[in-house]
Design a protein around this ligand. Structure first.
Ligand code: NAP
Length: 272
């Protein structure tokens, strides 16, 4: 049977599909999250940079579930690169979400967004050790149930593994059919780091790709279901986003079919 949870190396269980909230404004995110929670999502992905933690927190209060029932992820902004600022951001996220703890907190990116494309520029290795140290302390205080990173390459991860105390539990990276960073995924798996797949629908750009359209027809499923199932079968945790109630429901419903090994290879190797 398909697993409904992934388990982090510290034993924490994390629901196998997360509800993405990037680009959902704070004034509508509460309703989107309430719909998602009503449909059965138990995992919401937000970030300080999305500006919607307050609304996400309100949905937690209004959904009728207990805090323990819902797994919440947030992120320290990519531009925050020192220890004190990182500590402040963790406190602010706790306040905005209005919660005693956050289930998973990530460093949003190894470099500020403006510098992300430039792997040959300043790499922020020393700074990331300090930001991650703030995560480690909050983890040890019980304010964060798990900690990790996002958009980290192998050398960024190695830097943390070598120089910090607690190995990241998660690396959240961009994965969709047509964008499958196999070496990085394998590296994470070999180190027991759970890989989360963000933008599993390529932020909406997968829907006009003939190969994907044909394969979805073959399995008699929607394109979104095929794409989300692809990430899941890579053993990575998909984080689809939608503000449309029917799509929110559809994106959770990926457990009634299986993509063959042959088709997984095709999806892994396509490029657009
Ligand atoms: P995505 O989930 O790849 O795609 C979302 C787009 O697809 C929206 O335009 C949505 O439209 C549409 N869509 C969703 N379900 C659909 C369906 N069943 N049928 C047709 N269209 C559908 O988008 P994403 O926001 O880039 O990624 C998902 C989440 O990953 C984010 O929300 C965020 O939580 C996370 N993320 C993290 C990072 C990072 O740096 N760590 C970066 C990007 C994303 P509607 O909303 O209009 O329905």
């Amino acid at each position: 049977m398909d697993k409904q949870f992934f388990t982090l190396y510290n034993g924490l269980k994390i629901p196998a599909i997360g509800f993405g909230t990037w680009q959902i404004k704070n004034d509508i995110v509460k309703d989107a999250c309430l719909t998602a929670l009503k449909e059965g999502y138990r995992h919401i992905d937000t970030a300080k940079a999305y500006g919607n933690e307050k609304g996400v927190g309100e949905s937690l209060k209004e959904c009728g579930l207990t805090r323990e029932d819902v797994f919440i992820t947030s992120k320290i902004p990519a531009e925050i690169k020192d220890y004190e600022d990182a500590k402040r951001c963790i406190r602010e996220s706790l306040e905005l979400l209005d919660t005693k703890y956050i289930d998973l907190m990530l460093i949003h990116a190894p470099r500020p967004w403006e510098e992300m494309a430039n792997r040959n520029g300043h790499r922020y290795f020393k700074e990331n050790i300090e930001v991650y140290r703030a995560l480690e302390e909050a983890f040890e205080e019980g304010l964060l149930k798990s900690i990790g990173v996002s958009n980290f390459d192998i050398d960024d991860l190695n830097n943390i593994i070598k120089n910090n105390k607690i190995k990241p539990m998660v690396n959240q990276i961009c994965i969709f059919a047509g964008c499958t960073p196999t070496d990085l995924i394998d590296y994470c798996k070999n180190n027991n780091i759970l890989v989360e797949a963000y933008s599993p629908l390529a932020t909406g750009r997968l829907f006009d790709k003939p190969l994907i359209i044909d394969m979805a027809k073959k399995y008699n499923v929607s394109i979104a279901k095929l794409a989300i199932r692809y990430c899941y079968q890579l053993d990575t945790l998909p984080l689809p986003k939608s503000i449309t109630p029917s799509r929110i429901k559809e994106n959770l419903d990926i457990f009634d079919f299986e993509i063959s090994e042959e088709d997984m290879k095709i999806l892994k190797n396509i490029s657009f």
